[in-house]
Design a protein around this ligand. Structure first.
Ligand SMILES: *Cc1c(COP(=O)(O)O)cnc(C)c1O
Length: 339
């Protein structure tokens, strides 16, 4: 059994005490307006038929970098003062966050250095280089890359833009939630990919502020689900990183996590874990039935429905978080020769 029921998820009684507020998200939306377009909410005929509910796809694949991370990075960088911006930005990333910081830095005329581990796929590294960022490949894990960031902050005074555990980053991702409740006021359930928890944490704050009964269900892969392990343990714990089709969901949540762990612990209604074959089926469905190229991490919401691991009631939005997948890997999955 891989589903953690809501009864098992401990809650903090007072949501007003949470580290990211609905006001933070409203302010983020105002800050990024005019720089980032809202993304489409597309009705899915095939998934609606299958589930007998109205199912919609929130297509973050349509962001200029092909993933939602631009929202958080843009909001965090726009929140810096002039002196901080001039020092230059640095971050560690499994790909999409690095791409987001590089893109936002270029848009704003700032310098960015991106640290990443040698496990990051080549197509993601090249995409970041093409955006004009400086690249540093360090170690074999997200934690190794993060240590290099902290070294550059100490030695060169660069300003760190973390991938998820930061109020302005989470608030930026939360702007997705504002767009959803505006487009679909009778929203009942939202399915959100989960890694560090910035995406689902921000969305949960926004949608539950608008409508407290909305169910927020997070989805990770079985291989190395860091937030799931942390919530089960009651505190952040180390997890072994493993290869997964959902490579954007890899990495730890940080042993000193202060923002996304409390948010996820308080606000998630459930966490669902998926096998590699289930994730592949989600990518395949998105390509064959929805005509969307989606990476493993971006397909987990669809995959959870196809796997029968979620029972829907009411209008549902699936966050399709990103589309940055190696073309050969994508072709093998769609042809049914991988996972
Ligand atoms: C980063 C990322 C996620 C997970 O976001 P978190 O804020 O780390 O939980 C999901 N999908 C894609 C495509 C990503 O790049």
């Amino acid at each position: 059994m891989t589903i953690m029921t809501s009864a098992n998820l401990p809650r903090t009684p007072n949501q007003a005490m949470l580290p990211v507020t609905p006001t933070d998200i409203e302010q983020a939306a105002a800050r990024i307006a005019g720089r980032l377009e809202p993304t489409p909410l597309a009705h899915s005929g095939t998934l609606s038929e299958r589930t007998h509910q109205s199912v919609y796809l929130k297509l973050e694949t349509r962001q200029p970098i092909g993933a939602f991370k631009l929202r958080g990075a843009m909001n965090a960088i726009l929140s810096l003062d002039d002196a901080e911006r001039k020092r230059g930005l640095v971050t560690a990333s499994t790909g999409n966050h690095g791409r987001a910081v590089a893109y936002a830095a270029r848009e704003l005329g700032l310098s960015a250095t991106i640290c990443m581990s040698s496990r990051v796929p080549a197509n993601k590294i090249e995409a970041i280089r093409a955006l004009g960022a400086k690249i540093r490949i360090v170690g074999v894990s997200q934690d190794d890359a993060q240590e290099e960031v902290e070294r550059l902050v100490r030695s060169l005074g660069l300003v760190s833009i973390p991938p998820f555990d930061h109020v302005d980053v989470v608030a930026g991702q939360g702007t997705i939630g504002l767009e959803i409740v505006k487009d679909l006021p009778d929203l009942a359930t939202v399915l959100v990919p989960l890694s560090g928890g910035g995406l689902v944490g921000g969305i949960a704050v926004a949608v539950k502020a608008a409508k407290s009964q909305v169910q927020v269900i997070a989805i990770s892969m079985e291989r190395g689900a860091a937030m799931y392990a942390a919530i089960a343990a009651g505190k952040p714990v180390g997890v072994r990183e493993e290869e997964t089709l959902a490579d954007s969901l890899g990495g730890g949540i940080g042993l000193t996590n202060t923002i996304t762990f409390p948010l996820c612990r308080a606000l998630l209604d459930d966490i669902v874990l998926l096998t590699e074959a289930e994730i592949a089926a989600g990518v395949r469905h998105m390509a064959r039935e929805e005509y969307e190229v989606v990476e493993g991490a971006g397909a987990v919401g669809v995959a959870a429905i196809l796997a029968g691991k979620i029972k829907l009631s009411g209008p549902t939005v699936i966050i399709v978080s990103g589309g940055n997948i190696d073309p050969d890997t994508h072709r093998q999955i769609v042809e049914g020769t991988a996972a």
